[in-house]
Write a protein that binds this ligand. Sequence first.
Ligand SMILES: Cc1cc2nc3c(=O)[nH]c(=O)nc-3n(C[C@H](O)[C@H](O)[C@H](O)COP(=O)(O)OP(=O)(O)OC[C@H]3O[C@@H](n4cnc5c(N)ncnc54)[C@H](O)[C@@H]3O)c2cc1C
Length: 690
Amino acid sequence: MALRRTARHAGAGRRRARADAHRAGRRGQRAIFHRLRDALCEFGPGLELRVVPDVARRRRYLRLPARSGVSSGRNGAVRGNRNAGRACPQRRVVLADEPPLAALGLCRAGPAVTATVKAKPSLRANKHMPESTSRDIQTQYDAIVIGGGVNGCGVARDLALRGVKVLLIEKGDFAMGTSWTSSGMIHGGARYLLSDIATTKKSCTDAGYIRCIAPHLIFRIPLMMPILKRDGLKGRINLEGADALFTVYDRYQPLKGGNPHIRLTPEEARRIEPMLAENLLGAVQTDEWGIDVPRLCVINILDAVEHGATAASWTAVTGFLREGRAVTGVAYEDRVTGRRGEARAGIVVNCAGPWATRVAEMAGARVELRPAKGIHLVLDRRISNIGVIAQAVDGRQVFVIPHENVSVIGTTDDDYFGDLDDIRILEDEIEYLLRAMETVLPRIREARIVKTIAGLRPTLFEQAKYEDDLTRDHRVFDHEREDGVPGLITLAGGKLAAYRIMAEDATDLACTKLGNRERCQTHLLPLPGGKGMPDIEGLAAKYRLDPYVVKRLAARQGSRTPAVLALIDENPAFANYVCTCEPVLEAELRYAIRREFVRHAVDLIGRCRLAEGPCQGYGCIVQAATIFGQERGLSPDDVADEALLIAQSKWRWRRDILAGPHLAQEELYRLVHLAVLDPLHVLKHRKEVF
Ligand SMILES: Cc1cc2nc3c(=O)[nH]c(=O)nc-3n(C[C@H](O)[C@H](O)[C@H](O)COP(=O)(O)OP(=O)(O)OC[C@H]3O[C@@H](n4cnc5c(N)ncnc54)[C@H](O)[C@@H]3O)c2cc1C
């Protein structure tokens, strides 16, 4: 009884404390709002400040995409294979309408504070290399590729290497679609051995080629599959089954330079990974390759451009040019400048990933896909020494992989019927992954989720199959033959791991139609940076940098690392770290801005892994935007806009997890940011450098 009374008192105390905190929070919000308003008014007229009373208007001012009528939360996404086809109402996690500016620490909800971001009419032309803007687009090409994901970039490179004059158009930054949201493994997928052995073989073969043409971008991921005692006899069968499966997989491992699997006793497994659960029966360890996907896309497009291609990012294809039923080109709109134009070509290749159906429809052609949603969770630390695989409640395999200074948990696989451009993550999906992982890593919830990632697999349509059982094979649609629409082909389905072979298939068909007889060379010629690794220790000594920092840089830039570091000769300050939680050098940012088609500062996230560490950008957003502004000669107002765009993009991946301790940490970061870094102060006092 006494205990219960104490608990009741403690409960009342907690409620009082919460009410006090709430009142203090409102006072704090008001204070921050007034401070921000004063600072912005003083700072300049570029940022417009308004108090927007209701959520609907807030959304409009913030230019958030409207939610689709059929949102995943209310209808489509269904948890787990066995439930496929059954709608289940699910609850979204709190704070969906929090303004993205909060992510930068500039403001938060309460009286909503918004900054309207003006489209910049033009940025100063890059003196080192053409920007990837619509200004570079000519009116006539041999081929036009729609979509700058891994497949589109692969096709553009293949076409350019065969001497075809090609234009690639991407509506966001390169890789910004599904490619960015993938697990980034170039693997055969041992589990496909059970249903789709041809895909395993093809993926392993192509992974072997990718390993040769981009050796700097790939990294080995040792993966352990612990089997628990809890399942009794079933556990022992599982262990033997896993051993047998990986024995078969070992036959394909040499194709990609993988190691054969090994079987571990519980003691051996725990020696490798001490965080494992107690009730181990044994484990099987294998390995796969991981790859930096945004950079894979960028170096493909760099190579294409170095071989004569044109690339335009942040430019959307809005329609097709037609002669009768034939497609003869595309109409496009630059999403930065608003500029519209048309370009003609002998063949148009639709590589729009999950959007391929929509793009084909614009030409009256048909591409049937079954988009499947997959999510990842990013934790604020490395929670294991190696990758660990666990079995989810429905029998699917999920994993956690330590990567750089964070860990990545993935992934789900659910039919998706919602808005392709606004994929929300559900509380149930997060719980599904965490519950699976904590069976083998019981302390996993001690880590904080700092980011979520959601993407759509552009899987080929098949009826009456669970999502996991759908083929991962690809298809090249010849719309002249299939729909009577000459001039258009579509590449869809498949896997990142086989992107090069897929691109080769699509390019073969495009070249046949163009009468080009050149052979594919993409498996023979190294991608930019792929001509061997530089002398890490030598470069570290020369530029007085930590070898670890140079090694991280070399993992992105490979043989081009010395060219990046040479910028430090131009100005020793370029050796500064922009981000400290995962060291990113100022020189790397400047190199990317000058040479790698960066149109917005936000593009630096994919080029340099900016703001991808545990702090998710709190320490580096303003810095990066300022550097971008210096390189492009922007006004402080425009720099602030660029900073806000990065914050908004980072916010998109965090908005669905902000509850409980995550929210508290977010608030702490925000206050630290305001109090210590004082972004507006930094921007204001950097005026003189522009
Ligand atoms: C959660 C998840 C995990 C995955 N993990 C792996 C893995 O570990 N290994 C593996 O091999 N595969 C994996 N995949 C699959 C792999 O990511 C995809 O097969 C691959 O990235 C698809 O690339 P894409 O170029 O076809 O599509 P996308 O990357 O989506 O590219 C299409 C592009 O077209 C652009 N676009 C669309 N419409 C227009 C328009 N009108 N105008 C201009 N541009 C337009 C989009 O902006 C987009 O950038 C995973 C997928 C998911 C979702």
